[in-house]
Design a binder for this molecule. Sequence first.
Ligand code: SAM
Length: 196
Amino acid sequence: MWTERYRIPEYLFGTEPNDFLKEQAHHISGKEILCIGDGEGRNGVWLAMQGFRVCSLDMAETGLIKAVELAQKNNVKLTILLADLESYDLGVGQWDAVVSIFCHTPGLVRQKIHKALSQALLPKGVFILEAYTPDQLNKGTGGPSKAEMMMNAKELKTELSGLEILTLCEKDRVIQEGLAHNGLSSVVQCVAVKNN
Ligand SMILES: C[S@@+](CC[C@H](N)C(=O)[O-])C[C@H]1O[C@@H](n2cnc3c(N)ncnc32)[C@H](O)[C@@H]1O
């Protein structure tokens, strides 16, 4: 589905970074960042422009090609990784930050990724996430059409029990991101850190 959706000349979610990521990026202290489900790269490229070394992972090659083009346009380096999170191994002690912006997968895949974070992050490594909650269904302003592809704060608290949660909240906020995210939206936002 994503492979097809990205076959348009425009950037589906625009080329500007996500607001929550921009607000929270100051928590990142090291250099190595993995952006999961980074699509056309607007968030990975913005992080690279801030001086981080970024790996943009996505399963849609058409998105990653646009991510490379956006990086070139902004004169930054971006490593791209064509991979499916269902089978991808996040590694051990590898990342100073993992960024997940509207990375909606089936619940079992999401749980697997979130469980792997406490191993995959370096000490003081952070996890930054914004995603739609099931309250977003029928709003018509973006996001998946099925609740099972969404998440809420209670689920995240359980799944991220290996990390210290700094911020975890559900809220309604107006989002303007390209063609596909537009208007009042129900989201969950999270920042968590590996402290042990
Ligand atoms: C709503 S888009 C968000 C893209 C990007 N994070 C942004 O905010 O602009 C969700 C992205 O997650 C990717 N994705 C979904 N499931 C995935 C999986 N199992 N493995 C890798 N990428 C996946 C899709 O290909 C898509 O690019």
